[in-house]
Each structure stands twice: as C-alpha cells, then as structure tokens.
Design a protein around this ligand. Structure first.
Ligand code: MLT
Length: 409
C-alpha cells in the first residue's frame, strides 16, 4: 500500500488565494455581467520595466546563437546578478553581505517553504497571527505541527499582532527556535523600526534561534528611518536568513525571480555540538533539487540594477503607493478604520458592523463587485479584518473606491 504524506490532510482544503479565485469564479459564472475588480491577491498589473524587457530580448537572441547559447547555469545564480544584488541591495545600505551569500531562485514563496528542508522536526516555530499563510502551511506539510484546532495548529507558537501593538509581535517569553518575520508586513502593511528588529536579533542570538526575514515588500518603504534589510541590524548575519523578490518591485510575479540570503557566518549546532553552516546546507539543497533560474530571466532581473531599471522600478512603486494612498483615503472617508498602505502595498481594514471577514468578502463582492482578501484567511486573529491590495490600474482602484464609498460611506 502506498503511504501519503498525511500531514497534507491537516491542511484546510484549499490555499487561501485559489479558494478566493474559486468563490469569485462561482459568483462570476452566476453573474456574468458583473464588472468585477480584483484587489485580492497581491498580483501586479503594470507591465515589466522597459530595461528588463530589453535585457530579456537580448538574452533570447543570445540563446538562439551557438556562440552565445547557455545551457545549465550555476544553481546559485549567475555571478553578475549576485554581485549586483549584493552591491546595490545590501552593501549600499551598509550591510556586510557578499555575492556568495545570495541564492537566486524562482520565488520567495518557494524559498520560504523550501528552507524547511534544512531544518529538523524538533524546532519550536513562531509565527505572527495574522500571517502570510505559506509559513504556516509549509510547516504543516513538513510535519512540524499537530492538527488544527479553532484555526490554530498545535505545536506552533502564535504571536498575536493587532493595532494595540502596531502589528509588531512582542518578543516571546518562551524559547522559540525558528521565527518568521515579514516587514513591510503582509497582510497588515505594518513596518518594523530598527529598535524592534534589533530586539529580535538580540533574542535570536541569545537563544540560538534563526529568524526567517521576509522582505519581499521592502521597496515600498518610504520612511527613511525604517530598515529595508534585517542585515542593517548588528548581529543579524549570525541569526537571520532573508527572502527577497523581484515580483512586487519589478513586476516579476509572472516572470519569476527572487533570491534568498544565507550568510556564511550563520551556524547552528548539531546534537553533538558541531557547528554547521546553514549556507552549506542550503547550497547542498539547492544544487540537488534546483537547477537555477533561466538565463533570460536572470538577465531581466539584472537590468533592475541598471540606472534605467532603477528609475523604472521607482516609477512602478510610486504608482502602486499612490493607489494605496487613494484606497486609504477613500476607505477612511467611507468611515472604515484602516491600517497600512503607507510603506506597503496592502491596506488592512476593520470590517464594518462587526461582520466576519468572509461575510464582508461576500458583501463586497455582491454589492460592489470588488474582491479583497478576508483577514481570517491569514489566521484566527485576522477575523474581523480584511485586506485590500493596491496592485491594480488607477482606473480600477478609483472605480472600486467609488463603489465602496457609495455602499458604505
Ligand atoms: C499575497 O497576495 O499575499 C501575495 O500575492 C502572496 C504572494 O506573493 O505569494
């Protein structure tokens, strides 16, 4: 008899975003003329920067010529991309990160799940509540949790985040081993100060814990006092892995390119006290299970670091942040309580009239034909909240807000 990974049976039937897509499709099939506007999943709508397209077109031409054709590339990514990343995303901000510590990949979502391959099953894992569901679901799949009871999996330490703590978790009083932090935060749009991140770094170093720092939205930081990378904090090289993505800054959600930073100095002790470098394990994992990102896409990603690429991604980010400002202002004018949307492309709102997150989802879909993301999909503490994404055209954002203000204002 074939045995399956029964941990999958502990998961909710569908992952959050496909579940939303399923409900929207059912509504749209029943109401084919409804002009639906999707502000649910954080998927970009604006075209790729010209610099990236031009670089990819050139790369396609190279691939069609025997003299410049490329087969398998380095599993870790081409040196020219890793060097540009290290120099511009880290060294320019004073972080001591070397090109050899960058692992180019096809997505921060994949990496944040795959990273569990190099960790054991005995770790105590801390996540915020609400949280990006991938962190929780991948731990369930890996067998790191018990069953779900009232929306919470046994064995995980849930750190509640709410308006009372500025959506930043308190340092736990108990010892935890793996800590997931995401700033700017998905789903709440909150940010972390240097002091907050330093407290986490200090905790991790004191307890021998490892922080998984998801900085997929760092490009949306507008406040100059906020750190973009955890490596801006002293000591982080010894306790943190950082995930980055080209999806949200350069519009690569469909193109696929990201990277993970695993510092060489980050070591964990085995049961017999031997110090093992996580960099070495991740390198071993990636070279066995991954063949790298395509040459063409890496050329596109490298163009992000050209002068033109930097100017073009800045325009994209400014565009989505302006959408976020419009959403914030309009929802506030409609009498809703909103958070986020200043240094992040997500607006987190309290549902009106005490509606549950899914009831508000249905109401918004039926009455306004606008799709958002129910807060409860991000965890039990997200109940009564709702996320609106700023990733859409200006026309759609304006129209969605007009409908919401007309209904709720
Ligand atoms: C989201 O909507 O939370 C994002 O699209 C998730 C992701 O980037 O995987």
């Amino acid at each position: 008899m074939v045995a399956i990974n029964e941990n999958y049976l502990k998961l909710k039937a569908g992952y959050l975003f496909p579940e939303i897509a399923r409900r929207v499709k059912a509504f749209s099939d029943a109401n084919p003329d409804a002009p639906i506007i999707k502000l649910g999943i954080g998927d970009v709508t604006e075209p790729l920067p010209e610099a990236c397209c031009a670089a990819m077109q050139k790369a396609v031409t190279e691939m069609g010529d025997r003299a410049t054709f490329k087969g398998y590339g380095p599993e870790q990514g081409y040196p020219w991309l890793r060097e540009a990343i290290a120099a511009q995303d880290f060294q320019a901000r004073g972080c001591e990160i070397d090109a050899a510590e960058i692992f180019v990949s096809d997505g921060a979502k994949c990496d944040s799940g795959n990273i569990l391959d190099i960790f054991g099953k005995e770790n105590t894992i801390a996540v915020t509540d609400p949280v990006y569901p991938v962190y929780v679901d991948t731990n369930v799949m890996a067998g790191n949790t018990g069953a779900a009871v009232d929306g919470k999996y046994g064995g995980l330490v849930y750190m509640p985040i709410s308006a009372e703590n500025n959506f930043t978790a308190a340092i736990p009083s108990q010892k935890v081993d793996l800590i997931y932090l995401c700033f700017p935060n998905n789903p709440t749009g909150a940010t972390a100060t240097r002091e907050h991140l330093q407290a986490w770094v200090d905790y991790a170093r004191e307890h021998g814990a490892v922080i998984f720092f998801d900085a997929a939205y760092e490009a949306f930081i507008t406040d100059a006092s906020l750190p973009h990378s955890i490596y801006e904090l002293p000591g982080a090289r010894d306790c943190a892995i950082e995930f980055r993505s080209f999806s949200k800054n350069a519009g690569f959600t469909g193109t696929r390119c990201a990277y993970t930073v695993v510092p060489q100095s980050l070591t964990v002790k085995t049961a017999d006290g031997t110090a093992v470098a996580l960099h070495q394990l991740w390198n071993r994992r990636q070279s066995t299970k991954f063949n790298g990102v395509s040459y063409i896409v890496q050329r596109g990603a490298a163009a992000v670091y050209s002068e033109a690429g930097q100017a073009q991604i800045r325009q994209l980010i400014t565009f989505y942040l302006e959408n976020a400002r419009i959403i914030r202002e309009q929802l506030t004018a409609a009498g809703l309580t909103v958070y986020g949307g200043i240094n992040a492309p997500y607006i987190w709102l309290q549902t009106p009239d005490g509606l549950s997150s899914w009831d508000f989802f249905d109401k918004l879909l039926q009455a306004c034909h606008v799709v958002g993301t129910p807060g409860s999909g991000f965890g039990a503490a997200g109940e009564g909240y709702f996320r609106i994404s700023a990733f859409n055209s200006r026309e759609n954002v304006n129209e969605a807000m007009r409908r919401i203000v007309a209904k709720f204002g």
